[in-house]
Design a protein. Structure first.
Length: 73
Protein backbone atom coordinates (compact mmCIF):
# COMPACT_ATOMS: atom_id res chain seq x y z
CA UNK A 1 0.00 0.00 0.00
CA UNK A 2 2.64 2.50 -1.01
CA UNK A 3 0.03 4.84 -2.47
CA UNK A 4 -1.91 4.92 0.78
CA UNK A 5 1.18 5.66 2.86
CA UNK A 6 2.27 8.39 0.48
CA UNK A 7 -1.23 9.85 0.63
CA UNK A 8 -1.23 9.68 4.43
CA UNK A 9 2.15 11.45 4.54
CA UNK A 10 0.87 14.13 2.20
CA UNK A 11 -2.23 14.58 4.33
CA UNK A 12 -0.12 14.85 7.48
CA UNK A 13 2.15 17.43 5.86
CA UNK A 14 -0.84 19.36 4.51
CA UNK A 15 -2.57 19.44 7.89
CA UNK A 16 0.63 20.46 9.69
CA UNK A 17 1.09 23.36 7.29
CA UNK A 18 -2.60 24.30 7.56
CA UNK A 19 -2.32 24.44 11.36
CA UNK A 20 0.78 26.63 11.01
CA UNK A 21 -1.11 29.01 8.71
CA UNK A 22 -4.09 29.08 11.08
CA UNK A 23 -1.80 29.95 13.99
CA UNK A 24 -0.14 32.75 12.00
CA UNK A 25 -3.54 34.13 10.99
CA UNK A 26 -4.73 34.11 14.61
CA UNK A 27 -1.60 35.95 15.73
CA UNK A 28 -1.96 38.50 12.93
CA UNK A 29 -5.63 39.04 13.80
CA UNK A 30 -4.75 39.63 17.45
CA UNK A 31 -1.99 42.04 16.44
CA UNK A 32 -4.41 43.88 14.13
CA UNK A 33 -7.04 44.04 16.87
CA UNK A 34 -4.35 45.73 19.00
CA UNK A 35 -3.66 48.23 16.18
CA UNK A 36 -0.29 46.56 15.58
CA UNK A 37 0.82 47.58 19.07
CA UNK A 38 0.60 51.28 18.31
CA UNK A 39 -1.26 54.07 20.02
CA UNK A 40 -3.17 56.47 17.73
CA UNK A 41 -1.20 59.42 19.12
CA UNK A 42 2.12 57.74 18.26
CA UNK A 43 1.44 56.71 14.65
CA UNK A 44 3.94 58.09 12.16
CA UNK A 45 4.81 57.48 8.49
CA UNK A 46 7.12 54.64 9.50
CA UNK A 47 4.11 52.78 10.90
CA UNK A 48 2.23 53.46 7.67
CA UNK A 49 5.10 52.06 5.60
CA UNK A 50 5.36 48.95 7.74
CA UNK A 51 1.61 48.33 7.54
CA UNK A 52 1.61 48.85 3.76
CA UNK A 53 4.42 46.31 3.51
CA UNK A 54 2.39 43.78 5.52
CA UNK A 55 -0.64 44.47 3.32
CA UNK A 56 1.43 43.96 0.17
CA UNK A 57 2.68 40.58 1.37
CA UNK A 58 -0.81 39.49 2.37
CA UNK A 59 -2.17 40.71 -0.98
CA UNK A 60 0.33 38.44 -2.75
CA UNK A 61 -0.93 35.48 -0.75
CA UNK A 62 -4.60 36.36 -1.28
CA UNK A 63 -4.09 36.94 -5.01
CA UNK A 64 -2.40 33.56 -5.32
CA UNK A 65 -5.02 31.76 -3.25
CA UNK A 66 -7.97 33.34 -5.07
CA UNK A 67 -6.34 33.55 -8.51
CA UNK A 68 -6.62 37.33 -8.61
CA UNK A 69 -4.22 40.13 -9.52
CA UNK A 70 -1.12 38.82 -11.28
CA UNK A 71 -2.34 35.27 -10.62
CA UNK A 72 -5.63 35.77 -12.48
CA UNK A 73 -6.24 33.29 -15.26
Amino acid sequence: MTTRRASDNALDAFMTTKFQIDAMLERLKALSDDHFETHPDEINWGHVGTLKHYASLLRQIADSAFKEGEHAA
